[in-house]
Design a protein around this ligand. Structure first.
Ligand SMILES: Cc1cc2nc3c(=O)[nH]c(=O)nc-3n(C[C@H](O)[C@H](O)[C@H](O)COP(=O)(O)OP(=O)(O)OC[C@H]3O[C@@H](n4cnc5c(N)ncnc54)[C@H](O)[C@@H]3O)c2cc1C
Length: 368
């Protein structure tokens, strides 16, 4: 294996991943450097603009507020919106679906950009491997997809916010090391993710019959989504109702397909330009007709999330984040001993409020 030769040594923690976890860290500790492999930040909280420049969210679609933490036998409630206010994060949010659900009218990715604030992530940098030096620091080797070159830096503190399979790949590529082995063994217990396929449909001259779909765009808190757990077309979000300004005569729908459908259709779901393969295209158009009485859409854009949501979070999936467990004590010990902190939805659960509230709580109680 080639020896790493860092061009630079940071005196501040280096965060890998500019998703909601990385952004929450940057909000609370702006004195960090953030690297991300993508061309833009957001990770699984990502928004895009379709053909008519209308925004749609193809990862998370909304968040809940408040959230709760259980620590030292007490349960404490936190409002995410209040956390943002206390950190001077400038972010507009609107209620949607119910009184406890919200979204930003500028698109979900706005959550990430607002929390990043002045911290500008270094994009297009994929962490490939890491190595412990004699001076108790970590060398980090990145592939820069813009220049096709290798950049190596070093730091005394690494914060990883990637899904576990991507972390384990980096560890496997790295020089053998006792600390990486300890982390690998620990993380294996939580390494379970579901896949999710999504499709975005856009019609420039057609809207469904909202009433027939039990949706109410005129309600004070608009209901814009349908959830049918366990079915193929599991979650339907009418993005044109969420972002109505861009739509006059048309409409747009984002569908998140169920776990079984996503698993079985994953490999052939789309081509490089994110067009559906011809078989699936026929199926999608036929289903749109059957379910919504919809004509063929003007646009179909597909995406696939390989590690969509962690299934067995260490701090629990529902209810308060449980910090009173032995596993959490072990996590704290590993972070301290190794100079590597591993965060993300495998720890808090795949919910924006749990991640933001959880990172806030850990940071404010010196647990991070
Ligand atoms: C389809 C879908 C719908 C969802 N709906 C909701 C919802 O409505 N409400 C809700 O609360 N939650 C929802 N979730 C869950 C939520 O989106 C995630 O739990 C959350 O976004 C995870 O954030 P993260 O920052 O921990 O990880 P990520 O968003 O995955 O961020 C990790 C970042 O690391 C980068 N990265 C990966 N590998 C490397 C590498 N080697 N080097 C450098 N960078 C790397 C990635 O580019 C990414 O930006 C949904 C998720 C999906 C997929």
């Amino acid at each position: 294996m080639q020896i790493m030769d860092p061009i630079f040594c940071y005196q501040v923690p280096v965060v890998i991943g500019a998703g909601i976890s990385g952004a929450a860290i940057a909000m609370l500790t702006p004195n960090v450097v953030v690297y991300d492999k993508g061309r833009s930040y957001g990770g699984r909280v990502s928004s895009k603009q379709g053909t008519n420049q209308a925004t749609f969210d193809f990862g998370a679609t909304m968040f809940r507020d408040p959230m709760e933490v259980r620590w030292l036998g007490r349960e404490i409630k936190y409002s995410i919106v209040e956390i943002w206010k206390s950190q001077s994060v400038s972010l507009q949010t609107k209620p949607i679906y119910s009184e406890s659900h919200f979204y930003p009218p500028l698109g979900m990715a706005n959550l990430v950009s607002a929390m990043l604030g002045n911290v500008k992530p270094i994009q297009s940098h994929t962490l490939k491997r890491m190595e412990r030096t004699d001076g108790n620091t970590w060398n980090l080797e990145f592939h820069n997809s813009a220049t096709k070159q290798t950049d190596t830096i070093c730091t005394h503190s690494v914060i990883l916010t990637l899904p576990i399979p991507q972390i384990l790949e980096i560890f496997q590529r790295s020089t053998e090391n006792h600390y990486l082995k300890l982390w690998s063994e620990f993380l294996e217990n939580y390494n379970d993710y579901r896949k999710t396929l999504v499709s975005y449909f856009y019609w420039d001259q057609w809207k469904p019959d909202w009433k027939a779909l039990y949706l109410d765009p005129e309600a004070k808190i608009p209901i814009t989504t349908n959830l049918e757990p366990g079915t193929d077309w599991e979650y339907q979000s009418w993005e044109s109702l969420k972002y109505p300004r861009e739509f006059h005569s048309g409409s747009a729908l984002l569908v998140q397909f169920g776990a079984l459908f996503s698993e079985t259709h994953f490999d052939n779901w789309m081509d490089e330009k994110k067009n559906p393969n011809p078989n699936d295209k026929g199926y999608l158009i036929q289903s749109l007709k059957e379910i919504f009485n919809a004509p063929e859409p003007n646009l179909i854009w597909n995406h696939r999330w390989k590690y969509a949501q962690a299934q067995m979070p260490l701090l629990g999936r529902e209810g308060p984040l449980d910090l009173d467990s032995e596993a959490f004590e072990e996590w704290k010990h590993l972070c301290k001993e190794t100079g590597i902190t591993v965060l993300g939805d495998w720890l808090f659960g795949p919910k924006i409020e749990r991640i933001v509230g959880g990172i806030y709580f850990l940071s404010h109680n010196d647990l991070l």
